[in-house]
Write a protein that binds this ligand. Sequence first.
Ligand code: DAK
Length: 258
Amino acid sequence: MAYELILTRTEGKVGIVTLNRPKQLNALNNELMDELGAALKAFDADENIGCMIVTGSEKAFAAGADIGAMATYTFSDVYKGDYITRNWETIRSIRKPVIAAVSGFALGGGCELAMMCDFIIAADNAKFGQPEVKLGIIPGAGGTQRLPRAVGKSKAMDLALTGRMMDATEAERSGLVSRVVPLDKLMEESLGAALMISDYSQLAVMAAKESVNRSFEGTLADGVMFERRMFHAMFATADQKEGMDAFVNKRKASFGNK
Ligand code: DAK
């Protein structure tokens, strides 16, 4: 499929999507979100891909939903068209891991998109925020729900109510991002993590992702039971036999994803 607003490429078993509306700081419109969803779904279905990275430009991961496109929307436009839900959350249905490699601005819908990924690696110039209040709206793509789960109520309230940005150091300190790296090492570090993940059993990786996601969606007891059953299920896979045999015999495991 030919894309206009994103670039796609692969590095080994890693599928990389680069948001590519540089003049608009990667502002997210419907077309871009359709393309992003299609690209991620294609990588997810590709047996040769084990992990994905979503990234932007040095200046902006994404500066939010496209304000120009939204400016004249009415309630009936967004409600009838199921704005956001229709195509923004495709990323949540992706079963293989998706890493957000964030440099520059990740604001509004851009911050929400990064939070929909499985974890965030940030360059030291990254800036995160939910500035929607300045536009007379509130976050609409999960920001009021995922941000407090990541950084706690007080900081989430601070960000959503003042609209201020937080830098990469504050984002790491508060748990929004997993690592901060120098800007010129962002892709190297992200790719290193993605290649490492891609070498593991896809079954184990997908089960781990599904189990961690469960921790945000139910009670602790339900989550632990879900994890336990997934853990038990791993013993039905050839990859478990391979992984443990490789350890016992001091050799590198070679997973067949079976
Ligand atoms: N949309 C459209 N264009 C944008 C944009 C955006 N979000 N952000 C930047 N641009 C464009 C600018 O208009 C400018 O275009 P030209 O004037 O060159 O044509 C170009 O990108 C460069 O931007 P600046 O000249 O402003 O660059 P600076 O370095 O001076 O400033 C900035 C960078 C990121 C601080 C600034 O551009 C900025 O404040 N941008 C807006 C950030 C923002 O407010 N983002 C939140 C958007 S609201 C919903 C669900 C979700 C959402 C909405 C509804 N529903 C369920 C209904 C989500 C909403 C949002 O994300």
